[in-house]
Design a protein around this ligand. Sequence first.
Ligand SMILES: NC(=O)c1ccc[n+]([C@@H]2O[C@H](COP(=O)([O-])OP(=O)(O)OC[C@H]3O[C@@H](n4cnc5c(N)ncnc54)[C@H](O)[C@@H]3O)[C@@H](O)[C@H]2O)c1
Length: 327
Amino acid sequence: MQVGLIGLGNFGSAMGHLIAGNGHDVLGWEHNASVVAEVNVAHVNTRYLPGIALHPRLVATSDPGAVFRRCEVVFVAIPSVFIRPTLAPLRNEAGEAVLLVNMAKGIDRKTGLTAFQTMADLFPRNPSVMLSGPSVANEFVRKMPTTVVLAGAHRGDLLTVAHLLDTDYFRTRFSDDVVGVELGGILKNIYAIGLGLFDGKNVTSVNFRAVYLTIALEEIARFGVRMGARIETFLYLSGMGDLLATSLSGHSHNRHLGELLARGASLAEARQKMGVLPEGFTTLEAVLYLAEKMHVSLPLAKGLWDVIQGRYDAEAFIASFIKDFVE
Ligand SMILES: NC(=O)c1ccc[n+]([C@@H]2O[C@H](COP(=O)([O-])OP(=O)(O)OC[C@H]3O[C@@H](n4cnc5c(N)ncnc54)[C@H](O)[C@@H]3O)[C@@H](O)[C@H]2O)c1
């Protein structure tokens, strides 16, 4: 099958490599021209996925329209803020049968739409699947065991995607709770910032982390259920699983933001250092806004936001966490 990818960053390259290794031709659009050249000529992506020899059936292009014209299934792996500007001009390029798979994790502050909902808004007639769960690209690209969740309304679409991805070391599970599966992945990014904040202040005891992650999962589930998700979805791979993966992994951009802030960087300095602020940051603002409108109390997320904005001292926040935030 001819498979398409939007974004050959860290996650997109790893997914393209996986799908190509399963015997499919993969055409991946990439924003950075230097990455396109490197993938096609040397079959490597030193910027986003260093140290990996990419499968030769993964081919890069600078023409996003070509991906939609030629491919039957298109996986989207760019940060959620780029989804609308990148995909909106392609609305007329995609036939209605093209199956779209969203892997981005974020909420748009202006529209209140998640990445999956933004894609549905842009391509209302196309079938679509949400992929989420604990899937650190740098691990599964090295064949480390990984299981993700595919969510969608139609089992046939889920099976199509599963057949492209499943290997001995990479497995998929199905869910029909698209909202819950997507929100677990989106919301855990917020709490990863907090984890980085605590790490940066050397608050790393197991007792403390257990409390923090428990409260984080409680807030994720509270908000998610209010948004229409089923509570049990947050107890599985795309909820607790993804939260644990982020908290145990050293690769999270969101966690890195927290660490920078804990070490005294301002938001502007962190932005300069990281190039672009991670999705957890934009998501946090959008989630707090929605939570206020929908009468959902998220004291931990609110406390994190106040620290990020410099309205609340990180040390005071940490000191008061157990006393004031644990209900
Ligand atoms: N990396 C992971 O392990 C992982 C795991 C699960 C989900 N995800 C999700 O996948 C998505 C991509 O994450 P990533 O880690 O691959 O990011 P990345 O930083 O490695 O790559 C960023 C991608 O965005 C593209 N980009 C940059 N500027 C752009 C612009 N102006 N317009 C359009 N595209 C632009 C880049 O070219 C690149 O393809 C995110 O939503 C992330 O949450 C990542």
